[in-house]
Design a protein around this ligand. Structure first.
Ligand SMILES: O=C(CO)COP(=O)(O)O
Length: 223
């Protein structure tokens, strides 16, 4: 494993402690969600403070299931990102369009609107990784082609350049998620603006996950 590739695992809340105990510090821990503000009496929610307490250094926010199953909106997600970053938790900020939005030619509009909500709220982009996850590719076995993914990644970078700064655009890692596996990761990783992956199903199989990590490592070595 190359030292300049971050490897992060995001177990469900209740297994975070158990998973952390099995890993070396080389692998960081993320949660899959966090509460929007300071911890308090919000029964059933998990605060950023609690997550740090159990050793999380990252949080995934804006995952499509949080948006479309639970009903979180862009502003709420933006506020969550702001609070997590203020408390020094790094953020994997998800964006992505649904199938009907892609078919209606709205992919960029949707992704840019989701990005804007992060940009309007966050204090800095230093500790944000953007994860582009087309909803139609998550858990479906239907991966975006390398060209489809690259097209959105470069558009995201361009949006950051125009709306945040040239520096943030060049420094921010943009990772792809949605049916990534050991067989398709290499071609995806070759794309110029794909800086890594957010992996669901294939992360549960150790050797396959290692192949995916190595595909990013090889890209860095080749770069
Ligand atoms: O949503 C995902 C990860 O959060 C992607 O899941 P799959 O890799 O199983 O499609």
């Amino acid at each position: 494993m190359e030292a300049d590739v971050d490897v992060v695992v995001a177990p469900p809340f209740v297994y975070i402690d158990q998973v952390k105990k099995t890993l070396t510090d080389r692998v960081e821990i993320s949660s899959q969600n966090s509460w929007v503000g300071k911890g308090g009496a919000f029964t059933g929610e998990i605060s950023v403070e609690q997550l740090k307490d159990v050793g999380c250094t990252w949080v995934i926010l804006g995952h499509s299931e949080r948006r479309h199953v639970i009903g979180e909106d862009d502003q709420f997600i933006g506020k969550k990102a702001a609070y997590a970053l203020t408390e020094n938790l790094k953020v994997i900020a998800c964006i992505g369009e649904r199938l009907e939005e892609r078919e209606a030619g709205k992919t960029f509009d949707v992704c840019f609107q989701q990005l804007k909500a992060y940009a309007d709220n966050v204090p800095s982009w230093d500790n944000i990784v953007v994860a582009y996850e087309p909803v139609w590719a998550i858990g479906t076995g239907k991966v975006a082609t390398p060209e489809q993914a690259q097209e959105v990644h470069v558009a995201v970078r361009d949006w950051l350049k125009k709306n945040v700064s040239v520096e943030v655009a060049s420094k921010t890692r943009i990772i792809y998620g949605g049916s990534v596996n050991g067989s398709n990761c290499a071609e995806l990783a070759k794309q110029e603006d794909i800086d890594g992956f957010l992996v669901g199903g294939a992360s549960l199989k150790g050797p396959e996950f290692a192949t995916i990590v190595n595909s990013v490592t090889l890209k860095k070595v080749a770069a």
